[in-house]
Design a protein around this ligand. Structure first.
Ligand code: ZN
Ligand code: ZN
Ligand code: FE
Length: 759
């Protein structure tokens, strides 16, 4: 008896060798019919006896290629048709777009072997790829994922590549970026005026020479430009820092091999695994004792951001060099990374010495991702290449646009049951990042065909993302000129969004308690929050159960770059006018007399001294009081210094007070001022005290979420986890989504169902 079945499959099924796999499986089982791609996923029709059809369905899951992820599989029985054979049919392009776009994937072992095989036609070809690896998100212009919808469309396949592309049994069957030295993109080395110095392999070898000589190379990579320099050469790294205006922020390093990574870092098994994954992220690993790189790479930092080569181009470069290189974002400080050659000449012209480019266009910028391992679990700190735009499956309404926060901005759109979180965009401080933000919003909407009915933004009225949402929804009661109704607009409190994001990631439902500690976020009372204990309620609302005792932030935003202002604010809250008598303290010493008298007046008259309950700022203030840091050049610098100096093994805790939902740091700061112990001892005791503060507030909970930028601090997170487990409380923390503001858009997106429920 012959049956005909129609299978509709959703998940990661395009661009991963799924159709050739289906073809091979169907022909092996002698089933007839066809398979094709659609914007929803993959459709299959099969004819054969029912038993073989069942075998097909079970082997479809069991034997699928490594990158395939089947989320749903629907089967419908149809009357027999009488197919003569099994074929791969052209893709269909209509209907709602729910197929997954894959992230860019690191070079697979098979392709790597070809690139280094002198007899292979792709020997030393930097753009080698197959259905198991290569560019995806960075080259896709539209769905479905077919060559004419990618930036490879301008390259006509040569007969040999065309044959691979058409052969269902080939590893490159429908590998959309398929290319070879004859028909594909090629390299050119330019000087910073755009003059061609060399092409093809000669360009690569000349680049290697430039790096050996300590020169700075702008490399057009996978998702944008990178700036490269010899990581062993302190003078060269210093020059890069000066030109990039990035004095202290740690720089990431690319190493030639895993063995080399182990020369410089102490890697745990989880870290080794992470480095080798298809996403090939930057892993923040503890530096080793064996070899060291130039101190300028990551000054005063016990961790090194390290990654392995992830494209054939990187593999070829690193194999020639044989030593680690700094590989940092190709941007000017604070701007998004360049993706285009001309843009790179203009923006990186006074940073790099030469520019290694190629003619495969990058459709959108995708930075390198950053991961650290805490409690043997990976924790994404920057989610971009290798991860974006994989969706998060959750209970969410379709048609939501979430515009994120201000720093480390990401945006998100939703379809039914899925949130698509954009790649890392950056801080929305300048025109270049703002335009990258606007492009990402348009890009996600277009790719997934989402016309937003609701726009969610941060409660902060002055965030650029909030302004954007306001403009977009202006005149929401009247339709726009095209006749479409304008989307509704909703503002969500910053820390509530942090909490919802972590809940969504772990599929947790309200009510649940969250410890949300971060830098700053606008509170519902108009003050600046950041040391929050929030309960997400079942009706979608949020209760502020407890918070740090507020203190004045002298100069508001200005204080974020000056921990000494925070310290002075703490002292003023503690001692009043007497604070100014402590001239021996580091923060006071670092100010001039004139500055001090200005700040005194600001405090006395409450001029531009907003109150804050921020935990991030408390870290800054204590770092300043201990003389670790008075001004900073990047966010989190002072808090990191305090974490890294806390090396003493002690379980000591400073006194603190907790009453009426206010956690009072006064006894602790008082104790720190009077302390005679070492800085290492004080810093560690400070961390211990914060963990105790947390424990006192959440003591009666069954489960607790820890989130917000402060939990990027490993010592704080690890100690908090230990304490919660000791109290028999189940801890959760963000792992796939950054705990910092990079996760805010997800929280905003999933808030929608909840908000509707309680209106
Ligand atoms: Zn491959
Ligand atoms: Zn070719
Ligand atoms: Fe935040």
């Amino acid at each position: 008896m012959t049956e005909r079945r129609q299978l509709t499959i959703q998940g990661t099924v395009q661009g991963v060798g799924f159709r050739p796999f289906v073809y091979r499986l169907a022909t092996t089982l002698e089933l007839k019919g066809w398979v094709n791609n659609s914007p929803q996923g993959v459709n299959i029709e099969l004819e054969g006896d029912p038993h073989t059809l069942d075998t097909f369905a079970s082997r479809l899951r069991a034997d699928a290629p490594p990158l395939v992820r089947i989320d749903t599989l629907q089967q419908v029985n149809l009357p027999p048709y009488g197919y003569a054979d099994f074929e791969i049919r052209p893709s269909v392009t209509d209907g709602q777009k729910t197929a997954l776009i894959l992230p860019d994937i690191a070079t697979c072992p098979a392709c790597l072997a070809e690139v280094f095989d002198a007899t292979n036609r792709r020997y030393r070809y930097p753009f080698t790829n197959c259905t198991h690896c290569g560019p995806r998100f960075s080259i896709i212009e539209a769905l479905p994922y077919d060559r004419p919808h990618t930036s490879m469309k301008q390259f006509k396949l040569c007969p040999a590549c065309q044959a691979e592309y058409e052969s269902p049994l080939d590893r490159r069957f429908h590998a959309q970026p398929n290319a070879c030295p004859l028909c594909g993109p090629h390299l050119e080395l330019w000087d910073m005026c755009g003059r061609v110095l060399a092409t093809h392999d000669a360009a690569l070898l000349m680049t290697v020479e430039a790096l050996r000589q300590g020169r700075i190379v702008a490399l057009k990579g996978l998702g944008g430009f990178q700036l490269l320099v010899d990581a062993r050469n302190g003078q060269a790294v210093r020059r890069l820092r000066q030109r990039k205006h990035r004095p202290y922020k740690p720089l990431a390093v690319m190493v030639p091999s895993l063995e080399s990574a182990e020369d410089y870092c102490e890697l745990s098994p989880v870290e080794v695994d992470l480095l080798q994954q298809p996403a090939a992220p930057i892993v923040l690993a503890r530096t080793g004792k064996r070899y060291t790189l130039a101190a300028e790479v990551a000054p005063s930092n016990p961790y090194l951001g390290v990654m392995l080569p992830y494209t054939p181009l990187h593999h070829l470069l690193m194999a020639e060099l044989g030593f680690p290189i700094v590989a940092t974002s190709g941007n000017r400080s604070g701007e998004p990374i360049c993706i285009d050659e001309q843009e790179a000449l203009a923006r990186l012209g006074d940073i790099a010495d030469v520019c290694l480019v190629h003619n495969r266009p990058i459709v959108r910028h995708v930075d390198d991702s950053v991961v650290q391992v805490v409690d043997d679990q990976p924790m994404l700190l920057r989610r971009a290449r290798g991860y974006a735009p994989m969706p998060l499956m959750t209970d969410v309404e379709a048609g939501v646009l979430a515009v994120g926060a201000h720093q480390k901005n990401t945006v998100a759109v939703s379809t039914e049951g899925q949130v698509f979180l954009s790649q890392h965009i950056g801080d929305l401080d300048n025109a270049a990042t703002l335009s990258a933000f606007e492009q990402s919003v348009a890009d996600l909407q277009r790719l997934y065909g989402v016309e937003p009915t609701v726009v969610v933004h941060d409660l902060h009225p002055d965030y650029a993302s909030s302004h954007y949402a306001q403009l977009m929804t202006a005149g929401a009661t009247s339709p726009d000129p095209t006749g479409r109704p304008r989307p509704r607009r909703l503002a969500l409190q910053h820390h509530h969004a942090h909490l919802l994001a972590a809940m969504a990631e772990h599929h947790l439902s309200a009510p649940i308690m969250g410890v949300v500690w971060d830098g700053t976020g606008y509170g519902t009372d108009g003050t600046i929050w950041g040391g929050e204990f929030l309960r997400a309620e079942a009706d979608g609302s949020c209760t502020r159960v407890a918070h740090l005792r507020p203190f004045p932030l002298i100069g508001g935003e200005q204080a974020v770059k000056e921990p000494r202002r925070v310290a002075l604010g703490l002292l003023y809250a503690l001692l009043g006018e007497a604070a100014f008598e402590h001239e021996d303290l580091s923060p006071l010493q670092s100010f001039s007399h004139q500055e001090l008298s200005i700040m005194r007046r600001m405090l006395q008259q409450s001029i531009n001294c907003p109150l804050t309950s921020s935990m991030g700022r408390l870290f800054d203030g204590v770092a300043s009081l201990l003389g670790l840091m008075q001004t900073t050049s990047f966010e989190g610098q002072a808090a990191m210094a305090l974490e890294y100096v806390a090396t003493a093994e002690t379980e000591a805790v400073y006194p603190f007070a907790y009453a009426d939902g206010v956690v009072d740091w006064e006894p602790m700061v008082q104790a720190i001022l009077n302390a005679n112990e070492s800085i290492a001892q004080i810093a560690r005791t400070f961390h211990n005290t914060l963990v105790q503060m947390m424990a006192v507030v959440v003591a009666n909970e069954a489960q607790v979420i820890l989130t917000g930028g402060c939990f990027q601090n490993r010592l704080l997170l690890q100690s908090a986890l230990q304490q919660l487990r000791h109290l028999k409380i189940n801890p959760y923390w963000p792992q796939q989504i950054p705990p910092n503001d990079g996760g805010i858009a997800l929280g905003q997106a999933v808030s929608i169902k909840k908000v509707y429920a309680c209106v």
